[in-house]
Every structure is written in C-alpha cells, then in structure tokens.
Design a protein around this ligand. Structure first.
Ligand code: GDP
Length: 527
C-alpha cells in the first residue's frame, strides 16, 4: 500500500464513530436520534424519524408487519457528518417486542449510548441490552433524558446504575434544578453553563464560567439552586469517581450526561463530548489473527439479514459491518463459507429514509448488500486471503412455542422454511426427546409473528404455534444424561446440532436441577 493510501485509510478510520442507542421503549430514543440527525444535517425537518416510526410507512416498503404495527421490526442505519466526524447510528427496535436482531446489531457497534428516563431510571429492556454490551466490553455512555420533568435525584440514578447494572458512573454535567425548576446544566469538563431562557425552555444560552462557584450562575439560577449545585458538585469532586478514559474504554465506567432531548437541551454538548470520547473502529479477531481497520484489504461480516424490504421482488438485504480496508462498489471479495468469489455490485446505504447506492465505504460503516439468498448471519467477506471473524453470539431463548403444520401435505416446504429461517437466525429450533415435537425458541414474541408471516409468505405454509410454559433454556453438558430427570417443570430437547438442552418453566426448577446434577454443566447458549 502506498503511504498516501495508507494515510487516507487511517484518516477515514479516525473520523468514524459507530454506535447504537440502547433504551427501554418511551425513554426518548426516536426523539434523541432525530435531534442528532438534525445537528448532522442528515434530515431537514423535525418529525422525520418520528414519522417513520409512527406512520404507516407510506413511502417505504418495509415488512407488512412493520406497517401494521407502526414499529421498526428490524434495525436500520443512519449516517451523518458532524465537525469532521462520520457518525453511524445503528437503530435498534425500541418496541417491547424486540428480537435477537436487536442483540446482534449491538455486535456491529463500537460503543453504545444508554438512554434513561430521569423518572423511571433503569428499566427491563435497558438491562438486557446493557448486558449484551457489557459482555463485549464496549464503552457505554449514558444520557439521562426528560430533565424538564419531575424525576429522581441524580445521585439516586447513579446509585441505581451501580446497583442494577454494576457500572460506576462519572457525571460529565450536572443539572441546575430539576423538573419545573430546571434552569440549566453545568458542564464539568468545559466549565460552562447551558441555561434555559424563558418559560417554555425554548431558548438555550451557553456561557463560559470560571467554575461552579461563579457568581454568574448565582445571578441566573438564584441562591437556592446555586447553593444546591455547589453542594452536589463539591460532593462529587471529593467522593465521586474521577474521569478515567481507560476505565471508560473497558466499559467499567460510564460518562453520564443530563439533558432533555425534546427541548434539544444538552444534546449538542452531549454529541460533541461523545464524539471526542467514543472509540473509532477497533481491530477485530479472526481466524487469520487480529484484523486492523487500517489493513489494506477489505473485510467485513454480515450481522443481520432483512427479508422482504420490497415484497414485490422478494429481495433480502444483508447488513455488513466493514472491519478493514476500503469498500468499492463492484469489487470482488471472497465469501469464506461458500469458498467462492462474489462481486459486490448493489450495495445500499440507509440514511434516515432513503436508500442510496454506496460507491465507497470504510471501516465502521454499515452497508446493505443485495442478497439473492447467498448470505447468512455471521458470514465473513474479504479481499484476497480468507478471513473468518469470530462467530456472532447466539442468545438464550426465553419464549417457547410448539410448532405444527396445518396441512400435512406441505411438510416438505415446512421443513425447508424451518431450516432456512433457523439458518438466517430468525428463530432457534429444538426437538423434544420424548415425543419428537418441534419447539421454537425466541427472545421476543415478535420473532414468532415474523416466523408465521414468512412461512406463509415465502413458503406457502400455514403453521400453528402453541405457547409452551418454559422460560429458560440451558445447554447441558454431562457424561450421562437421563431424560427422566427432566420431567417436572422442565423438558429435555435437542438443538439443531444435536446438543442436549433443558427447558425450564421457572427459576426454581432450574436451580433444583442444577443442585441435583452437580457434575453437569448448564450453559446459557450452545457450547
Ligand atoms: P422511544 O420509544 O424511546 O423512541 O421514545 P420517543 O422518542 O418516541 O419518546 C417517547 C415520549 O417521550 C414521546 O411522547 C416524546 O415526546 C417524549 N419525550 C422525549 N424526550 C423528552 C424530553 O426530553 N422531555 C419530555 N418531557 N418528553 C420527552
């Protein structure tokens, strides 16, 4: 590689920030995403993202289910430029009915923004998504939203982060008053205040100050709020965790920002701080050793496949995260699993609503590849020599249903559908040891609906799903597995590869089984 090409690639890598926003539904993810896109000039009008979420998707051709329910089943990608950075936001469905796709999308992110409602604190879905990020050890930044509403005290929320998520936090700014009394935030690193003007909080003024004792703040906020601010910040200076970049990078410490997305308050300073602190695309492990983003040869992996974006054409889009090198439209790459060269001629990029054809892209970017049925989740593509990235994680299913085909004559298509949808990662499939029933396992109810819909639409098969009472799956490793031991509030099944798995109805049954089988190992996912 020539020196200039190398430098250019390095520059492109350095400016990229690829992240996902994780939150519980209603915390304000759509609102925050929209404000970020507005700053980046990627959309011109407020309401664009919102409209996509709420409307019936009149202009796009997302899956029928998405249209019916007005939610984003599958995640997309949004890209914009801001002050020399190229930002990629991976959108994850915020609806309760999220799926394994949500989890897998997180593997394509280099960092995460955890969005929390100031009144509700850490909620169920936040915990799940946080844990997936924590397992990967990626940096997590926290934005505490809806500061304009009455909420919990900032100290209380910090304690909850530690108690519930096990992560220490370092506030980057601090509210001056809260709820109706909120008049601004104090930025601890920049020593500046961001103040609301007027009753409707519509006007924002940013002012440099000496430190938090500055009389200017007292003048603007009044004695009471200023005293409170000084007290809080003194306490933080003495007893709080200092900012430590290495701990942030390891995911042990989360920088916390307070703001209000809907009022655009604290959003810009958050964005600027975040872009400064968030990591650029990192090296990834592969069978060919660690692959640096600046490796000359292009490589990447498929983390998600979206079917039926255009039902008329039945096309599928495989989402690829670029790990190294430069992508150029029309380039030939090696498809490691299939052992052949393929040409990438129809790549698409997803910027808010429009689909554009991408001519070139760099590490950290996500491109959508037209998929005539040749990609699977986890597939690696690379230029020149063969590279296979670490297998994408699977997740322990939590909801189960027995599946049967309504018309026995359709058995062949049914089997084909099950095989393909399992391979794609839409569902996990199990056979019971006792009756050879077929059970499906998912992490979100919506996966069942997508399964039913696609079995009918793509394979012409009507299926019947019957919910089973199991809540936990544990892959069991033991020399001598006795099915009769797993009859009470549990059942023994086999996964696609023939591994034994026990499904439990409740935590008590699971704990009892573990105690009674001390030599066995119980794993949350396939070994
Ligand atoms: P999502 O489900 O996480 O995407 O949440 P939305 O962005 O749709 O927001 C949920 C609700 O919270 C909407 O009614 C928003 O208008 C509201 N909301 C978002 N941000 C704020 C905020 O900063 N303050 C207040 N008061 N409401 C907000």
């Amino acid at each position: 590689m020539s020196k200039t090409t190398e430098n250019l690639l390095q520059q492109e890598v350095d400016k990229r920030r690829t992240f996902a926003i994780i939150s519980h539904p209603d915390a304000g993810k759509t609102t925050l995403t929209e404000k970020l896109l507005l700053f980046g000039g990627a959309i011109r009008e407020a309401g664009t993202v919102k409209a996509r979420k709420a409307s019936k998707h009149a202009t796009s051709d997302w899956m029928e289910i998405e249209k019916q329910r007005g939610i984003s089943v599958t995640s997309s990608v949004m890209q914009f430029d801001y002050e020399g950075h190229r930002v990629n936001i991976l959108d994850t469905p915020g609806h309760q009915d999220f799926s394994e796709d949500t989890y897998r999308t997180l593997t394509a992110a280099d960092s995460a923004v955890m969005l929390i409602d100031v009144a509700k604190g850490v909620e169920a879905q936040t915990i799940k998504l946080f844990q997936v990020c924590a397992k990967r050890g990626i940096p997590i930044f926290t934005f505490i939203n809806k500061l304009d509403r009455e909420g919990r005290s900032p100290f209380d929320l910090m304690e909850e982060l530690e108690q519930v998520l096990g992560i220490r936090s370092v506030p980057m700014n601090w509210p001056i008053g809260t709820g109706r009394e909120l008049c601004g935030v104090y930025d601890r690193t920049l020593n500046q205040v961001e103040l609301f003007q007027g009753d409707d909080h519509s006007n924002i003024q940013v002012q440099k100050v000496e430190d938090y004792n500055d009389p200017m703040i007292r003048q603007m906020a009044g004695d009471f709020l200023h005293d409170q601010l000084c007290q809080d910040l003194e306490l933080l200076d003495v007893a709080g965790d200092p900012f430590d970049m290495e701990k942030v990078q390891r995911g042990e410490l989360t920088p916390v920002f307070f703001g209000s997305a809907i009022n655009n308050f604290g959003v810009q300073t958050f964005l600027e701080n975040f872009l400064k602190l968030a990591p650029k695309p990192e090296p990834r492990k592969s069978t060919a050793g660690v692959i640096e983003p600046t490796d000359e040869k292009f490589s990447g992996y498929v983390f998600k496949i979206q079917a039926n974006m255009n039902p008329a054409h039945r096309d599928r889009i495989a989402f690829l995260r670029i790990v190294s090198g430069k992508f150029q439209r029309g380039m030939s790459v090696k498809h490691a699993r299939m052992g052949k060269e393929i040409k990438l001629s129809q790549p698409q990029q997803f910027l808010a609503q429009d689909r554009d054809i991408v001519q070139e892209a760099f590490p950290g970017d996500i491109i959508g590849l037209f998929d005539p049925g040749i990609f699977r989740i986890g597939d690696s593509l690379s230029q020149g020599s063969e590279v296979v990235f670490d297998e994408l994680p699977t997740f322990s299913p939590e909801i189960f249903a027995k599946v049967t085909v309504k018309n026995a004559l359709k058995h062949k298509q049914y089997q084909k559908g099950i095989d393909q949808l399992t391979e794609e990662g839409t569902i996990q499939v199990f056979q019971t040891v006792s009756f050879d029933d077929t059970l499906l396992g998912v992490v979100g109810q919506l996966q069942f609906e997508v399964f039913e819909y696609r079995m009918k639409g793509e394979y012409g098969v009507d299926v019947q799903l019957q919910r089973m009472p199991y809540q936990f799956a544990r892959w069991i490793i033991d020399d001598n597995i006795d099915p009769s031991k797993f009859r009470i509030n549990s059942t023994l099944v086999k996964d696609k590869k023939g591994n034994y798995v026990v499904l439990f109805e409740n935590e008590y049954a699971m704990r009892t089984a573990m105690e009674k089988n001390p030599t066995a190992k119980f794993l949350e996912t396939a070994p």
